[in-house]
Design a protein around this ligand. Structure first.
Ligand SMILES: NC(=O)c1ccc[n+]([C@@H]2O[C@H](COP(=O)([O-])OP(=O)(O)OC[C@H]3O[C@@H](n4cnc5c(N)ncnc54)[C@H](OP(=O)(O)O)[C@@H]3O)[C@@H](O)[C@H]2O)c1
Length: 262
């Protein structure tokens, strides 16, 4: 019996539905890594408390291999309760960064989250303490650059090749409408610029480099009056990381999935 065009429709529909179920969406980085048959690996800096700890909780609960770094692993009590690998790292100490990179030699890292940060509250230019100022730049700006460079071979060996810098809305020059928070604002604006330059350089290799504002969050840094819980902020940022792919490398996001003006 000769088939009409309509006879083929159910078969085509079933095939399309099957493909939809098994094929990860373009830009769905988690699914792409999972489809490659391996458990993706994330390395998080400053993971012993605050946002870093919640990143470690959520990614480990989702089945990722988590390398949770802390300045003092022996005091990282809350990490001990999680199924994560804990490693020492002070992002402002070159020897510590080199030691971490050496210990991870040859291991692919799909996602690097440069999260560690400090926020000395500086109200006016007269209040600047230059030791604090230098320290803020060393931790918030130079730290992520140093860690990213040291772990570049690990990122290059991975499926996802993703670098996420945890910035702040306070690092947006376009949104700066008052005269406080010297040091911190500059450190995050420079981190944003680093993200953009890195994204341009590594685009031909398929990297995704993003800078993400976590919102105002109830951590030691954000304080108890902040309007978001770490769970809400991290869920939002994970969604951004999962859905923004290499075609959007070099972009600045909020935890709500909205682009932030530079
Ligand atoms: N919370 C907010 O409302 C908010 C808003 C915008 C942006 N952010 C950004 O989000 C990130 C995380 O902030 P958070 O709220 O989780 O802050 P937090 O509660 O104060 O935690 C900061 C983390 O960074 C670590 N850290 C500090 N200096 C370090 C160094 N030299 N080397 C390695 N780790 C270091 C701390 O480790 P120790 O315990 O050893 O000090 C701690 O784990 C930061 O980059 C921050 O700027 C936060």
């Amino acid at each position: 019996m000769q088939r009409t065009q309509h006879d083929w429709i159910p078969g085509a529909l079933i095939a399309a539905l099957f493909l939809l179920c098994v094929t990860p969406a373009v830009g769905d980085n988690h699914a792409n890594a999972a489809a490659a048959g391996s458990k993706p690996t994330v390395l998080i800096t400053g993971a012993n408390r605050g946002l870093g700890l919640e990143f470690a909780r959520q990614y480990s609960a989702e089945g990722w291999h988590v390398i949770a770094t802390a300045r003092n692993p022996e005091r990282a009590d809350q990490l001990e309760a999680l199924p994560v690998e804990v490693a020492p790292l002070d992002v402002a100490d070159p020897a510590s960064v080199d030691a971490l990179a050496n210990s991870l030699d040859g291991r692919p890292i799909d996602l690097l989250i440069n999260n560690a940060g400090i926020f000395p509250r500086t109200g006016s230019i007269e209040e600047i303490d230059f030791d604090d100022y230098s320290r803020t730049l060393a931790v918030n700006t130079v730290g992520p650059v140093r860690v990213t460079r040291a772990l570049l071979p690990n990122l290059r060996a991975s499926e996802m090749k993703t670098v996420v810098n945890i910035t702040s809305r306070l690092g947006s020059i376009a949104l700066t409408g008052n005269g406080v928070f010297y040091g911190y604002r500059e450190s995050k604006a420079a981190l944003n610029m680093f993200t953009k330059i890195l994204a341009n350089e590594l685009k031909p290799e398929g990297f995704t480099c993003l800078t993400i504002h976590p919102g105002w969050v109830q951590t030691d840094m954000g304080g108890e009056n902040a309007n978001l819980t770490p769970q809400e902020s991290i869920s939002g940022m994970r969604e951004v990381i999962a859905t923004v792919g290499p075609e959007k490398t070099g972009t600045y996001w909020s935890y709500r999935g909205e682009e932030v003006p530079w």
